[in-house]
Design a binder for this molecule. Structure first.
Ligand SMILES: *[C@@H]1O[C@H](CO)[C@@H](O)[C@H](O)[C@H]1NC(C)=O
Ligand SMILES: *[C@@H]1O[C@H](CO)[C@@H](O)[C@H](O)[C@H]1NC(C)=O
Length: 368
């Protein structure tokens, strides 16, 4: 064989081994990442750049819980004449070691309008630990938009998302790992989820008892576990099912952001309202960003076919990619639906109290 052929073989083998060894659920983000994990792990120590950032600043950053509509919010906002969307960068959690000059190049290279507010969107920022601290180190004035939604719906959408991951080369093993964890079909997924909620409930009951039933203290304890990357937030000791559930403990992640940002710098968007009347949340967002309200009810058009609001393009709905709004027609069994609601209810309440806000899905779930 030629030397080149050997090289290619060796690289392929290394790639295969690395994706086995370094399989990491938390940062995997159900998606594609361009570097094999064994490489990125070298570049991911928990450090914060001390140098002063003098490059182009993103005016705001969108983050949010997977399957809550971060894509929709970015796409809608990118229609605004005063803002410019540079897409997903994963800078603060995956590529931080490349340094500020790398980030600056991304922001400037892709920004067309000099007078626009540049923004990026990276969903996993909300739950990867050093992110809030790093964004703050870059600029404490950065505005954060966090998108959350009904956890029951989110859990279902997340499952369907994984189910529909295209089995192409890099994703295939990830997908197989994930399906092994979730169950071979929807039926098995529901049974396993049923049992997983029981396990977490036992764990949480014990923790709550240690705090004499004080839910606030209990959430603080969860926050500590998260900060120490321990179960049930640890990607090593937790199953994907557990992580999908704990992704919905919004208070825990939000408290991390509040440690670095003042509350008026962080806007929490109700992803469920985004679905029902996107213009309501977009008005809040535009006010938060101090830009004129250009996106209003007229900017949207209901799509019968997709069962969701899309952009109004001359009276015709212009919708997001095919994978979006996938959960139409799927539902959890009623027993599991109830159980999930009950599981998340006190956490949603805690989060709502923290923000002095009420979420649309809380009312909906209370009626059930
Ligand atoms: C900041 O400015 C200095 C000097 O002008 C430059 O060398 C450095 O690369 C800049 N940093 C960034 C991130 O742009
Ligand atoms: C769900 O879990 C409960 C225990 O909490 C069990 O009694 C019930 O049979 C389970 N349901 C299904 C359909 O597996």
């Amino acid at each position: 064989m030629e030397l080149n052929t050997y090289l290619v073989l060796v690289i392929l083998i290394l790639l295969a081994i690395s994706s086995f060894i370094n399989y990491d659920l938390s940062t995997a983000n159900d998606g594609f990442y361009p570097l094999p994990r064994f490489l990125t792990s070298y570049f991911r120590p928990n450090k914060v750049l001390k140098e002063h950032y003098n490059g182009t600043l993103p005016g705001f950053i969108i983050t949010g819980v997977m399957k809550c509509g971060t894509g929709a919010v970015s796409k809608f906002l990118s229609q605004h004449s005063r803002v410019y969307d540079i897409g997903e960068t994963y800078f603060f959690n995956r590529y931080y070691e490349k340094g500020y000059s790398y980030y600056d190049a991304l922001l400037t290279r892709r920004s067309a309008g000099k007078h626009k507010i540049v923004f990026e969107k990276t969903p996993t920022y909300y739950k990867t630990l050093p992110t809030a601290e790093r964004i703050h180190a870059m600029s404490p004035d950065t505005k954060i938009i966090l998108i959350v939604c009904d956890n029951v719906q989110r859990t279902l959408s997340r499952y369907l998302h994984i189910l529909h991951l295209s089995p192409n080369s890099l994703q295939r093993q990830q997908k197989e790992h994930k399906i092994d964890d979730l169950g071979k079909d929807f039926e098995e997924f529901q049974q396993r989820l049923n049992a997983t909620i029981d396990d977490l409930n036992i764990e949480f009951k014990g923790m709550l008892a240690n705090r004499f039933g004080n839910f606030y203290r209990f959430v603080e304890d969860l926050y500590d576990l998260y900060n120490q990357r321990k179960y049930p937030f640890s990607t090593k000791d937790s199953t994907l099912r557990e992580l999908i559930l704990t992704d919905g403990l919004y208070s825990v992640y939000h408290m991390t952001y509040l440690k670095f940002f003042s509350p008026e710098k962080v806007l929490v968007v109700d992803g469920s309202t985004m679905k029902d009347s996107p213009w309501t949340e977009l008005e809040r967002i535009q006010n938060f960003l101090d830009v004129p309200v250009e996106l209003s009810e007229n900017s949207f058009k209901w799509s019968e076919e997709r069962g969701l609001y899309c952009l109004n393009k001359d009276g015709v709905p212009n919708c997001l990619g095919k994978g979006k709004g996938r959960s139409n027609g799927w539902e959890f069994e009623p027993y599991l639906q109830k159980k999930l609601m009950k599981f998340f209810k006190p956490f949603d309440q805690h989060f709502a109290n923290l923000l002095k806000k009420r979420f649309s899905w809380q009312d909906k779930n209370d009626e059930e």
